[in-house]
Design a protein around this ligand. Structure first.
Ligand code: MN
Length: 460
């Protein structure tokens, strides 16, 4: 592979934001500075452009088998879409396996799903769907294989009881694993859902009403306090969608709780619950859990981007509207839950965040790249432009105006949740380990070039 010299871009490095050149060699960043020359290197002119560390999306669901439907992006189409949107690393959340399966069951399955397909580097979270001594013991075994974070659920079929949650948290603290949690109050959600169905209230309008923000906030607070009892076990709240949950996170931090992280997603920042009242069944396009919330929740999360939110990930989980989401046409509870977004994350956060002056350019790279890399054991290879790091680099054209829409995107799905959004700025070029895989909007990487990343244990 030829060396690569990126010239004259406004670059967000580990230390500064400045005009500089980057020399990449052997897949790594070799040198950062002014007026670098390298006769044999391929030249990329980045004058007038913004150069950032490649995006790190730590919440995706490629090929997710939800039982009623399988997510439509696999590890090829999903990672191509990611790369086209400026993301160079993903950490995927596996689906549940068969009841009682061992902890490595889904990890083995996902290695098979990703191998030969992924075009960018990838890792997997583990999924804990029951707790016994075998599971707790295998957590340590899998840590050595690079599975250093584990997802638990407080709702759905494989939800954990509080005592089992606590056992997992204590174990995580002991072995430096990070626990990620889907927090919702299972009992109330199921009761409300059943009552709505019994009353014939089955349109998408009732989806958010069946999953109140308080159900999420209560479960967040419960998780936080259990992690605190477990000696501040490392805890990461996924897809935070509401202001009250955010308040509980702030309270815990004010009380001195350590190792507590919060992720939100673009859909909770830029879309609200009025989408469920779109004509007909179009609201099914936005059926996700937790649901879209009120504008005041969006505003609270936007306000917290510079401070209390640690990461922005996507929860990318695409289903075709015409053939899959449609399963919920007579009953929202039969609709597969999830929304696409792996390709839109970096452009949305750049345009709506940086260009609209809600966050600084540096904060944007922290939220979308550096922080997720640090929290999930990918740093300093990923998430940063510095000498010795992997040459995962994205060049954004801040002057390119784009109307977001399905036709522009590479996701294997028939709609875009942000159709019609007018964005300022778009990724022009994506470099993964020194290889240009997106150039002027044209993708050129080979299937299977992406590598599994053996992530490091949690440390902060
Ligand atoms: Mn998810």
């Amino acid at each position: 592979m030829k060396d690569l010299l990126i010239k004259g871009g406004f670059t967000v490095t580990e230390d500064v934001e400045a005009l500089c050149d980057i020399l990449c060699s052997g897949g790594k960043i070799k040198q950062i500075g002014k007026n670098i020359s390298a006769a044999d290197a391929e030249l990329i002119d980045a004058a007038g452009k913004i150069v950032i560390p490649g995006g790190v999306d730590v919440h995706t669901h490629l090929s997710l088998d939800a039982g009623i439907a399988v997510a439509s992006d696999d590890f090829f189409t999903g990672t191509v879409a990611a790369a086209c949107g400026g993301t160079t690393t993903i950490v995927d959340h596996p689906a549940f396996g068969p009841a009682g399966c061992s902890l490595d069951h889904q990890i083995k399955k996902y290695h098979r799903l990703a191998e030969g397909k992924a075009v960018i580097d990838y890792g997997f979270h583990g999924v804990i769907q029951h707790v016994d001594n075998d599971v707790l013991s295998m957590m340590q075994t899998l840590m050595k294989e690079g599975i250093t974070s584990y997802k638990i659920y407080l709702t759905y079929g494989f939800k954990l009881s509080d005592d089992n949650v606590f056992r997992v948290l204590r174990r995580a603290k002991e072995i430096n694993a990070l626990i990620t949690v889907h927090p919702e109050n299972d009992g109330i959600i199921n009761l409300l859902r059943d009552e709505f169905r019994a009353a014939g209230k089955t349109s998408p309008h009732y989806h958010p009403l069946s999953r109140p923000a308080e159900c999420e906030a209560e479960a967040i607070n419960r998780m936080i306090l259990m992690a605190h009892i477990a000696d501040d076990a490392p805890l990461y709240i996924v897809h935070l969608s509401n202001a009250l949950g955010l308040e509980f996170i702030k309270i815990a931090r004010d009380r001195g709780q350590k190792n507590l992280y919060a992720e939100t997603c673009p859909q909770y920042l830029f879309l609200d619950e009025s989408r469920y009242d779109l004509p007909g069944i179009e609201g099914l396009k936005y059926l996700m859990c937790p649901p879209l919330r009120r504008p005041s929740d969006e505003e609270a999360l936007l306000q917290a981007l510079p401070s209390d939110i640690n990461t922005v990930a996507t929860d990318h989980c695409p289903f075709f509207f015409e053939t899959q989401k449609i399963l919920g046409k007579d009953d929202f509870t039969k609709c597969p839950s999830g929304v696409p977004g792996i390709e839109e994350r970096i452009p949305l956060m750049f345009s709506e965040g940086v260009m609209k002056k809600r966050i600084s350019l540096r904060r944007f790279t922290e939220l979308c790249s550096t922080n997720p890399a640090k929290i999930f054991g990918l740093y300093p290879e990923k998430g940063v432009i510095k000498e010795g790091a992997d040459a995962d680099i994205v060049i954004i054209d801040p002057d390119k105006n784009v109307t977001l829409g399905k036709n522009l995107l590479h996701e294997n799905v028939d709609y875009c949740a942000y159709e019609g959004f007018e964005l300022q700025g778009w990724p022009l070029c994506t470099i993964s380990r020194g290889e240009v895989i997106l150039r002027d909007g044209v993708f050129s990487g080979d299937a299977g070039r992406g590598k599994f990343i053996t992530r490091k244990e949690f440390s902060r």
